[in-house]
Design a protein around this ligand. Structure first.
Ligand code: ADE
Length: 224
């Protein structure tokens, strides 16, 4: 119908594995196939003049409504734009709990404001810098959401200890602690003795202290 192959980058690593195992289904839609224009045009020059092109209402509206109609689950509409709410781990967690997300990757120059008003999407930015389109932000969001879906990460790669995840001890969102693996000595550098004691209580307390210390040093804004 109107779906196209999702970007190849989604076929690898954790999102690729999650899709293969049926934890997530990713469908891509080509907005151009909804253009009523004979040249498959989806954008035009801005009223009032100025540089760049503006995405037209009709192809985007038709692409969104047709995509939504293909699945009975209500979709949360997300539009990527530098003017949106900045993506954070708590927003990622909120979105991972939704049954279906519909991601709109426009090009940056702009989208006709009337279709944005009508679609009323959640507008999301991935940071204070400008990309040429919403495709990379969409992939960032997909990766961050998919790794939180039940069953996607095994115990060995659990997301409980990720940076920005709430630590159960204090309820704060902290940066992660340092990690070490074999060998015990590398290039004259050893590892903190506490990690060799086998005392899980003490190790957990040390890790929490490290998380707090790192967060205080590098991201005091997280503690404020
Ligand atoms: N489109 C262009 N730049 C963007 C950004 N920083 N975040 C989300 N979408 C964008």
């Amino acid at each position: 119908m109107f779906s196209v192959a999702p970007p190849a980058a989604l076929g690898i690593s954790i999102p690729g594995r999650a899709a293969a195992a049926g934890h997530v289904e990713i469908v891509a839609t080509d907005i151009r196939s909804f253009s009523s224009n004979k040249h498959k045009k989806t954008d035009d020059r801005p009223f009032g003049g100025g540089p760049g092109m503006v995405m037209m209402c009709q192809p985007l509206w038709d692409a969104v409504t047709a995509t939504e109609a293909a699945d009975p689950r209500a979709a949360t509409r997300i539009l990527f734009t530098p003017q949106g709410r900045t993506l954070s781990q708590s927003l990622v967690e909120e979105l991972a709990a939704k049954p279906r997300l519909l991601l709109i990757a426009g090009h940056y120059e702009g989208i006709d404001e009337r279709v944005i008003e009508r679609l009323a999407p959640l507008e999301v930015s991935i940071g204070d810098y400008v990309l040429s389109g919403g495709e990379l932000p969409a992939m960032v969001l997909i990766d961050a959401v998919v790794r939180l879906l039940p069953g996607v990460l095994g115990d060995l790669e659990s997301n409980q200890q990720d940076s920005f995840s709430q630590v159960p001890e204090t309820g704060q969102r902290l940066l992660d602690c340092p990690h070490y693996t074999k060998p015990r000595e590398w290039e004259g550098l050893s590892i903190p003795d506490i990690l060799l004691t086998g005392d899980h209580g003490k190790i957990a307390a040390w890790r929490l202290e490290q998380k707090l210390q790192r967060t205080r040093q590098r991201r005091p804004d997280l503690l404020a």
